[in-house]
Design a protein around this ligand. Sequence first.
Ligand SMILES: Cc1ncc(COP(=O)(O)O)c(C=O)c1O
Length: 406
Amino acid sequence: MHDEEPGGSTQSQPTPGAVIPLSRPSWVGRERDYVLAAMASEIHQGDGPFTRRCHALLEERLGVARALLTTSCTTALEMAAILARRVDPGRFAGEVICPSYTFPSTAGAFALHGYEPVFADVRADTLNLDESKVEALITPRTRAIVAVHYAGVPCEMDALARIARAHDLVLVEDAAQAIFSRYHGRPAGALGDMAAFSFHATKNLSCGEGGAITFRDEGWVARAEIIREKGTNRDQFQRGLVDKYTWVDHGGSYLPSELLAACLLAQLEDAEAIQARRRACYEQYLARLAPLADAGLLRLPVVPEGVESNHHLFFVRVDSADTRDRLTHALEAEGITALFHYAALHRTPMGRRFGERSLPVAEEAARTVLRLPLYAGLALEDVDRVGDAIERFYGTSRAWSGACAT
Ligand SMILES: Cc1ncc(COP(=O)(O)O)c(C=O)c1O
């Protein structure tokens, strides 16, 4: 599901005849200097100067009370699960409502810490958690809702926040894909009680493997700092608040090395350039594939009014799993890597352990979504190459689609 591709830069040279990968890290240039500076310093463990600069930048840009780097989005979600838990480890922590159409970590991080995932269906337009389906799933055992901003398009957070408030539930954003996306002017990450981000190599901003947890309000922060530091109050000690540090709570080792923070800082500082390149490719796909969508041959992603995507993914939805297989192979034959995305988790071997249910939109998305190449270094000519190949598959031509569009 992650797509591991080597190399990468933000240069956007077309690749005539060469394979176009699905994704590729986009280095902006300063990563090397910052990593070398971190290596040359005596501070290689976490929470040094590069980490602190990442925290400050995230807090300022996301408008959150606190941001803490983690080793991945998965570990950020694990921290959220531990924070939201009201009982000791080993005991049932309650139910957590999450979409079925998502990455395993959304549910898995909570399942690992004593929760039972309750899978909900997703909206037919955005493939985000369907807010109209959530209330019916709430029981006296429900403890949290996890909203996944699929493809970098935020969920209907006002409705979800209303439901969470009415039932005293913790609202967690799985913002793995949504760095710097916005919902009615507010950044993803500041919309729920806490949010988890990913800086995995396939994401808009990357340090290879990495993540962050953010908190809208101060209330959760003191305990989060302890959980992140192996259950110790080392953070308070480093700030001179206690004269020695000790084991005070449950926790894990969730902070990344300074070397990774140094790489991430360079990416955060140049985020605008990276996001702009992705947006240009995304818009080119939209313009290029609109005639096929108008002809009813495929469906394009939907970004609702008032929502700003960070253009993390571009995907099309075709009419069946068979069409998707054939289109994938046709693109592969032309040197273009396209890939399916999530399984519907309630149909996976692990997901079935939490009960059988029918979630038709998630199941359909699992069969029919096909992701197309998108990364900051993708040349617009290569987007056209993908568009040409899809038109050939459907037996249409530029002339035909031009005629159709007028
Ligand atoms: C929605 C979602 N949540 C969580 C993750 C896990 O992220 P990480 O690899 O940083 O743990 C991913 C990874 O792609 C994801 O798409």
